[in-house]
Write a protein that binds this ligand. Sequence first.
Ligand code: PHE
Length: 353
Amino acid sequence: MGIIEDLEALRAEGLAAVGAAGDLPALGAARVAYLGKKGSLTGILRGLGALSAEERPAAGQASNAVRVALEEAIAARETALSAVELDRKVAAEAVDVTLPGRRRAPGHCHLIDRITDEIVEIFLGLGYRVAEGPEVELDYYNFTALNHAPEHPARAATDTFYARDLSGEAYEGIGLSDVLLRTHTSPVQVRHLEKCPPPVYIIAPGRVYRRDIADPSHLPQFHQVEGLVVDEGITFGDLKGTLDHFCKAMFGEERRTRFRPHYFPFTEPSAEVDVSCGICGGAGCRFCKNSGWLEILGCGMVDPNVFGYVDIDTERYTGFAFGMGVERIAALKYGVPDLRMLVEGDMRFLRQF
Ligand code: PHE
């Protein structure tokens, strides 16, 4: 058989192989088999040398034509197979944009922070400013300058968290060490008056600590908001009016307040303030233990002894102070039966607020 016939057979066979290639790797293999260095066409071309000078041009032309035909067929097949491949990939990686998304609950302010903000906001509206003090406090600010006697029971290690003195030196102070976790926000009164002369109108929110076992009405760590006013001519009437306004703004215009005489070392006279029960309207129910009233804060006129510690002229100035527990107010406002629920982080409960 002549070389021309061999080339024609190769063209037919090659075109068939290209047509049969089902994917790009198969097509690549066909290219190597027919056009590669060790491929069939190269094999035939090696025979050209044995031809006579007259036969050679025609054979050369024919082999070129076969190469071009195969290359074109391979290129066309490659385009077609690539398109198929792309379709397959697109189908496999398709995303169903109509599927419902995974809902992510947005975070929100904890009830305690929200109530704190509400309390602070009411007093900002009356012209007060926010003051702050440290949670790790000195005995002097937490007790002594607030007129607590050296033997006052609140100083006991059973009531207050003290920092242990690791220096090894004998401690000569009043409590167990000079450093403690503040048991109320009242030390902010002293710190503020040390720095700022009257007139003073401040509100001081913050964390406080007491050595209590957590139960429905106690937490070893909770939040208070302290208030302090020092100015000329401040009277108990100003205190009553201010706290009555606060209770109505916080709990509702229909709520009433009452002041019961009480004792605090740093105020004189002192009182506890009750707000009328929101559940029974004051008639008496289980929530208010049948009294019709709920205790919400402690207050009083600043004791002259406290002014003595901060060098304020008691002839010229008088003042009042009050302190309230944020957890307690939150519990009263929303009927939370157990303060521990506020710190346990159970979202089924916290989400409601
Ligand atoms: N510090 C007091 C307490 O924690 C509350 C209080 C503050 C009372 C200011 C009078 C004046 O119970």
